[in-house]
Design a protein around this ligand. Structure first.
Ligand code: PEP
Ligand code: MN
Length: 264
């Protein structure tokens, strides 16, 4: 169902208030790795508004390698995130980690993110297929494109066609950076499926200094958008500070991606 053979026209996903994701426009989603406080949300929202970015990312349920690391503010954090974004006309994308969270989160979310670690959580995918809410599905940490496409098929075949695929870097033997952003995936996925393809350059390389270059490369590779991490003080971020842009870097990136998109 997600194949270009079955549907030739690209899928465009309307997330409300004229915000549409898919071929024909370039979508920018930005925000902290984790939602941390009311003040932080407000600072990020102001930064996004100043740069005409319409979608804010931020996790409240965080998959962390260590159980002792910050695991997010949970549902209360999401409600605060939602309230501030609604007041400011910003859409929300945030990660859902398990089936039981869908019901409690759904009224406070515009796009559900399925993280790399849950890319093949088939029960979660089935349930997101039944929920009529857009989903950004990340590629597994060691996932093949075929596995990503099959995971999307789980959601689609359950009746939810509002799916975007996300390349977020894969694990390799290289340890000079966190992951290897596989930009090959962009044109290959675009050829295989009608779904929008989004790139996450922050997790993709994992080092702040190179996020800009890889984002611009993603634009030229044909991505329909990016999702990246930004924070008012990346050095103090509760998670993923090393790959998070400050607002100055983020502003520059947004401008350069828009210029680059015009060249496509
Ligand atoms: C995130 O977006 O902060 C995240 C945890 O991403 P991933 O699932 O790609 O590691
Ligand atoms: Mn992160």
């Amino acid at each position: 169902l997600i194949s270009r053979k079955w549907r030739v026209e690209p899928t465009r996903i309307d997330i409300g208030d004229g915000v549409v994701i898919g071929e024909g426009s370039f979508s920018i989603m930005a925000g902290p790795c984790s939602i941390e406080s009311e003040q932080q949300i407000q600072l990020v929202v102001d930064h996004l508004k100043a740069n005409d970015v319409k979608i804010m990312r931020g996790g409240v349920f965080k998959p962390r390698s260590s159980p002792y690391a910050f695991r997010g503010l949970g549902l209360e954090g999401l409600q605060m995130f939602y309230r501030i974004c609604r007041e400011n006309g910003i859409k929300i994308i945030t990660e859902v980690m398990q089936v039981s969270q869908i019901k409690e989160m759904i009224d406070y979310v515009d796009v559900f993110q399925v993280g790399a670690r849950n890319s093949q959580n088939f029960n979660l995918l089935d349930s997101l297929g039944e929920a009529q809410k857009p989903v950004l599905l990340k590629r597994g940490i060691s996932g093949t494109l075929e596995e990503l496409l099959q995971a999307a098929e789980y959601i689609f075949s359950n009746g939810n066609e509002k799916i975007m695929l996300c390349e977020r870097g894969i694990r390799s033997y290289e340890n000079a950076y966190r992951n290897v952003l596989d930009l090959n995936a962009v044109p290959v996925l675009k050829a295989k499926t009608h779904l929008p393809v989004i790139v996450d350059p922050s997790h993709g390389i994992g080092l702040r200094a190179y996020v800009e270059e890889m984002s611009l490369a993603a634009v030229m590779a044909g991505a329909d958008g990016v999702i990246y991490e930004t924070h008012q003080k990346p050095e103090e971020a509760f998670s993923d500070g090393q790959q998070t842009l400050n607002f100055q870097e983020s502003e520059r990136l947004v401008k350069r991606m828009r210029q680059t998109y015009q060249l496509r």
